[in-house]
Design a protein around this ligand. Structure first.
Ligand SMILES: [Zn+2]
Length: 203
């Protein structure tokens, strides 16, 4: 049996995360100042209560914006939180082996990776190398909102979060616990200007 995280339900885990973001926004973090080796050692065995999938953007450090300490959340970051099998397998591990009940996909305003996909689809010039893989994963969201829409960038950011959430909810090993209400996968957006995280409403 996996260990029982401090937050035993998806709802409790979400409340804990959002409370951390409020501490961060208010400038009164309780953990953010204690980034020391001693604090890391004191964390002991890990009992994370959430796994967060976010973007590589240097302005969006997930532990900081949720005021989390060592051992409390698992963090995965790729350009525009693009999924691949390693990412999905990692989330499956955290949910299945560590007993985590909450998966959050966090997009952010002015995401450069989504912007690159919008530009690539508008110009028809697709990048080479593995960056092409990343752009290809974002492209469906851009197509859905319309690459030529003047607001394609902010709209595609939101659409891409929703698509990522939907993919994870349908994941082979996650669909069962999600369907049973034991695990929640939620989408959210980080505002670079205010530091606030807002949940994306269900459609
Ligand atoms: Zn980004």
């Amino acid at each position: 049996m996996p260990p029982t995280p401090a937050a035993r339900t998806p709802r409790a885990a979400l409340a804990e995360l959002l409370a951390g973001n409020r501490r961060f926004v208010s400038g009164q973090p309780v953990h953010g100042h204690d980034v020391t080796a001693a604090a890391a050692v004191a964390s002991g065995d890990q009992q994370p209560y959430a796994v967060l999938l976010g973007c590589i953007d240097s302005r969006v450090p997930l532990e900081a914006i949720f005021d989390q300490t060592f051992g409390s959340i698992c963090v995965i970051r790729t350009g525009a939180h693009v999924l691949d099998r390693a990412v999905c397998g990692s989330i499956e591990y955290v949910v299945g082996q560590l007993g985590v009940r909450l998966v959050m996909v966090l997009g952010h305003e002015r995401c450069g990776a989504v912007g690159s996909a919008v530009e690539a689809l508008r110009s028809g010039r697709l990048p080479e190398g593995s960056l092409r893989y990343v752009v290809d994963r974002i492209a469906p969201a851009v197509h859905e909102v319309g690459a030529d829409d003047p607001d394609a960038h902010p709209l595609a950011i939101r659409r891409h979060v929703r698509r990522t959430v939907a993919t994870l909810r349908a994941d082979d090993l996650l669909a069962g616990p999600v369907g049973a209400g034991e695990v929640a996968v939620v989408g959210a957006l980080y505002d670079l200007a205010t530091g606030e995280v807002a949940l994306l409403p269900e459609e």
